[in-house]
Design a protein around this ligand. Sequence first.
Ligand SMILES: Cc1ncc(COP(=O)(O)O)c(C=O)c1O
Length: 383
Amino acid sequence: MINYGKQSIDEHDINAVIDTLNSDWLTQGPKVYEFEEALADYCGSQYAVAVCNGTAALHLANLAIGKAKNNVITTPITFLATSNSVLYSGGKPVFADISQGVFTLDPEKVKELAGEDIDCKGIIPVHLGGVICNMESLKVVADEHNLWIIEDACHALGGKWKDIEGIQHRVGDCSHSDMTVFSFHPVKQITTGEGGAITTNNQELYEILLMLRTHGMTKDPEKLMENHGGWYYEMQELGFNYRMTDLQAALGTEQLKKNNEWVNKRRKLVQQYDDAFENINKITPQTHPDSDSGYSYHLYIIQCERRAELYQYLKDNGVNTQVHYIPVHLQPYYKEKYGYDRGDFPVAEKYYDCALSLPLYPTLKDSEQEKVISLVKKFYEKN
Ligand SMILES: Cc1ncc(COP(=O)(O)O)c(C=O)c1O
């Protein structure tokens, strides 16, 4: 089967994990701090905090910034973890529709919602498939309404974009947000098996994140209320065990070294899909709202006619595609608990009805991509 996504592991990755197995540390230790430093450097942020998965990263980011019972604006076209993280933190996700033809959070809809009397405290935009949200417009809305921003960049490690003045920004530099969250699940740009991280430039948030990652504990003599000796620690917040292991971090550091090369490979594959589908009128190729961009594509999402039949036809012929995503507001839990229903976010729902993610990963061979393309073409020629 050719899958829609796949990890890339080489000898360097394997040796890094074996070396760590032979070291004194297995759980959070020097390899985690090394990975955090490399990640912050790569993203251009001051701080990075590595955790056990992207969901935990979102949870901690929400807790660190939003202690009140916040309403938070986000997109319905995302993985469940984005909006669930708001619920875990005692808040309520409030969905805004996506932009027509772009499929990320619509800044105009966010502006409308932020202006309503719903006591909103933050925005979580999601860089769907690696397409970077309009961060400049979202930041304007956030500043006007005193909202924080957590970027869900679980799909976008290594992405770049240019602002209106032509200044380049890196995903994770937090130039237009308070924090940025990543996932290192195997289908993502880089993997640590399970893993996630938060980047930020805010020292106060950084210190809260460190505490929350380890049970809300501190051993920092400057923060202790009492000090009984070298063994002494205090729990000052209700935190979790969301730590990453040194085994995972060693793998992450090796993977990160290759990401720029992988981003380029992904971009080349995207271009090849675009060229192949240009003249098939039953398909709209992957959207690129900023054609000059440096997106790091996680997914190649087409809009297509007769999606369910195409999905099955590809599967029967050895190609596993996927749909990203079923709109979160249509999940039974959200419908029952919050009264959402079909018709609430028409752009998102129409997007979902036609969306299909085709295989995209750095080790996808040209011959494999050609097979996918020719199957898609054959399907529409036949039908
Ligand atoms: C947009 C988005 N946010 C959050 C997550 C959660 O990441 P993880 O699976 O590492 O918990 C994912 C993972 O699929 C995701 O796609």
